[in-house]
Structure formats: structure tokens, C-alpha cells
Design a protein around this ligand. Structure first.
Ligand code: ATP
Length: 217
């Protein structure tokens, strides 16, 4: 479970205050995957980062009683000058998982051939997203955080493989996806929310959320 209690977050831009959340309270329960609809630039990444603990609220409390992933695509824990192998084995140990298993899984999942033994700094952006997505799926979380859907990779085979594994994981895990378009959320989410004027409006179905979202647009 992850709960926001009276959480406020805003940024001062020099000319005005950009409000992301204004004393917002909501809760995501395990087993109830949530899609959050919000137009671009309104705070999707900031909310996901707060859920992951990468950004702090200005006020309020965020409670977590589950293992929550880093956001899909986040490379903050990965050292560029180290190889893929070195990175995943090190991170496996941090999570107290078997490094051989994590390495084997990531090597297969990322599908970047000999680059897995090259420094991560040499990867193309497509390779980086495949690498970080593979790593996220190799680790065990109760709640997976995804910013704007699946990784932006042109590799159809990878997308198919990654989608299949994510769906398999979701039989036991929960996902929170933020996106500006409803079609991204359809595949994975049971319920949906709309971010509007600093509040998150929760709905039981994506259809209901879309009605408010489309009305706003
Ligand atoms: N550190 C910061 N200082 C000032 N403004 C910021 C900061 N971080 C984010 N913002 C602003 O807050 C708003 C929300 O940013 P955020 O990246 O969370 O939005 P988003 O919905 O994910 O955007 P996009 O869809 O364009 O990726 C944007 O207007 C952004 O410019």
C-alpha cells in the first residue's frame, strides 16, 4: 500500500508558483493497479518520483507498506563506467538476490548481446531503456512505477517479451502508470485517476476517469 496524506508539492519558477499537488490525499492498495491521467507538464514525473522516494513533498506524509520500485527508466543507481554485468550483480546484492539469477535474467531480457559486458555509458538510448526495464523486472517489487507506459524502444521483439513478463508479474504485483493518454493505461490498470488542479480524482474504471479527462481537454 502507498498512501499520500495531505501532500503538497509546488515549484517556484521565478515568476509564479507551479502547483503539482495541493493537500492531496489518496491511497493505492495492493492488487488494484492504477493509471493516472494528466496532461504533459502537470506533474506526472514529480508524482511518480515522490512515490519512489526520489523527491520529497513540501508538506504532508507519504506512507509505504510495500516494496516499491524505482520508476521505469530510472538509471540513478547505475554507474555509467561499469559494465551491465557489474551493475546488475552489484544491485542484486543490494536487494539480497542471487547475482547469477539477476545477471542471467537481465542478459536474456535486455537482448543487447556483447554490450552487456561493455560500460553502460556506451549504450544507445534504446539499449539503456531495455537495460533498465530488464533490471526492474529482475528485482522483486510489490508495486511497479511506470512513467508514460512502456519504454520507448523500436524493438518490437523486446516490447513483446517485456510486456509478457510485466503481465506475468502483475498477477502478483501492482502497477502505477502515469500518462497523458488513456490508451497507455488500458493494458495494465484496473482503476484510474485524473490529476487536476493539484488533486488526484480517483475512479473505479478508466472509462469514468476518461470522461472527466476528456471534458477537461
Ligand atoms: N525542480 C524544478 N523546478 C522548477 N520547476 C520544475 C521542477 N521540476 C519540475 N518542474 C515543473 O513542474 C511541472 C511538472 O513537471 P513534471 O516533469 O512532473 O511534469 P510531467 O507531467 O511529467 O511533464 P512531461 O509530460 O512534459 O514529462 C513542469 O511545469 C516542470 O517544468
Amino acid at each position: 500500500m502507498i498512501a499520500f496524506e495531505n501532500v503538497s508539492k509546488s515549484f517556484w519558477t521565478g515568476a509564479s508558483r507551479k502547483v503539482i499537488l495541493d493537500r492531496a490525499s489518496f491511497q493505492v492498495e495492493l492488487g488494484n493497479s492504477l493509471g493516472i491521467l494528466a496532461p504533459n507538464g502537470t506533474g506526472k514525473t514529480t508524482i511518480i518520483n515522490m512515490m519512489a522516494g526520489l523527491e520529497k513533498p513540501d508538506e504532508g506524509v507519504i506512507r509505504r507498506s510495500s516494496r516499491i520500485s524505482f520508476p521505469l527508466g530510472f538509471m540513478g543507481g547505475v554507474v555509467s563506467r561499469h559494465t551491465g554485468t557489474e551493475n546488475v550483480r552489484y544491485i542484486a546484492r543490494l536487494y539480497r538476490l542471487d547475482p547469477d539469477y539477476v545477471e542471467g535474467f537481465c542478459r536474456w531480457m535486455a537482448g543487447i548481446a556483447e554490450y552487456f559486458d561493455m560500460p553502460v555509458g556506451t549504450y544507445s538510448s534504446g539499449m539503456r531503456s531495455r537495460f533498465s526495464f530488464a533490471l526492474m523486472l529482475a528485482l522483486e517489487f510489490d508495486i511497479y512505477l511506470i512513467d508514460e507506459g512502456m519504454p520507448a524502444t523500436a524493438d518490437v521483439e523486446f516490447n513483446r517479451k517485456a510486456g509478457a513478463i510485466l503481465r506475468e508479474r502483475l498477477k502478483n504485483a501492482t502497477v502505477i502508470v502515469v500518462s497523458h493518454q488513456a490508451s497507455t493505461l488500458e493494458k495494465f490498470c484496473r482503476s484510474a485517476a485524473v490529476l487536476r488542479n493539484g488533486q488526484l480524482y480517483m475512479f473505479e474504471t478508466l472509462e469514468e476517469a476518461k470522461r472527466l479527462y476528456d471534458y477537461e481537454a
